[in-house]
Design a protein around this ligand. Sequence first.
Ligand SMILES: Cc1ncc(COP(=O)(O)O)c(C=O)c1O
Length: 430
Amino acid sequence: MRGVPDIGIIGKAVVCDVGVRWYIGCLPIHEVDHLPVENVALLMHHTWEFVMIDFNIPPYVGTEMEYVREAAAVNHKICGDGPFSRRCHEWLEQRFGVKKAMLTTSGTAALEMAAILCDLKEGDEVILPSFTFSSTATAFQMVGARLVFVDIRPDTMNIDEQKIEDAITSRTRVIAPVHYAGVSCEMDTILALARKYDLFVVEDAAQGVMSTYHGRPLGGLGTFGCYSFHETKNYSMGEGGAILVNDEAFIERAEIIREKGTNRQRFFRGQVDKYTWVDRGGSYLQSDLNAAYLLAQLEQADHINDNRLTTWNFYWDAFQDLAQDGLVQLPVVPEGCVHNAHMFYLKCADLAERTDLIAHLKERGVGAVFHYIPLHSSPAGLMFGRFHGEDEFTTRESERLVRLPLYYGMTAEDRATVAQAVHEFYQARS
Ligand SMILES: Cc1ncc(COP(=O)(O)O)c(C=O)c1O
């Protein structure tokens, strides 16, 4: 611990060291602002603890608010598909060389659109890893598909491409690879299987913006690619996402589904003289306010990426000794994959050690977290899916994984503190 700094209360506001985030009990300070002074004082007296290094701080480059102001006060356009949305679409299409990119309200919404576009029928099957966020599954479950979970590779934590073919049945319609930590799945094998069995590939590239596989952008390889711009992601608009439509044949239908099932985009292009309800759909357009916020970050995408990579590479170097001593395992980035430093994780010996490490880091003021309880053993996963084959790695590896703080703008001092705290933990055990 770095010691206890001065804390005071002015009126109802809690003040403390500038630049350090403080928690009172389990509440971040901004959440206790509204409490009466006496309660805050009591909280501070008895239960305060502090986190000096957040697990995540959403990216903020400084030009966001000017763009948001422009959307509201200059463009007078704050609903979907205004000038800032168009600029984001163009940015994504040009940067990644994809046929069509459209902002959505979330990564989950992008996955839902992809699931509708695959036209699945009740009982059709979708192959996906169990080690993923619930949205990869809910999107397909919502359109009636059965989920077939396939084991992951222990090195990348991605779906094991060698185990997919055995899970394909006459009902299989989709493979949904998830690029965990922004490191690509083995897409050549997956795309070859999709061609062989005539399947859709829906890439869950929520974490993969700016990553590549043999020079091609994640999200741009399958039939559809889904990005997330949630506040935990490398580029953010709070809540948001994008769908990449990589097969021209689906672009017009994607526009319709995104616009509440109407042919409004055809109307805007002057292709029909009025627009009407023509297909399935939802409200998947993102507000231009959010698009404005995001564009500011996309314009600095390389800078953000480099900044995150600096921290990732620091951790990578810092933990070589622990890895060489066999105490932890480090992430693996296969040949041909360029990652975006979305996350840095370590793998401990087992669940018990990971629990102790997270507790130790918390005591040192470091916010570290584990990731994903495998879906196949969750209540909904048991209802809506099945695990194909043996769970050799999914449960075991997920129990060992701990994510360290990594965000745009993380200071050299903070990352050194994290590395030191991890080293202390293992020194105390040796
Ligand atoms: C792998 C994966 N898929 C889907 C999502 C859903 O994205 P969103 O939160 O933007 O809906 C996330 C976000 O956490 C994710 O990590």
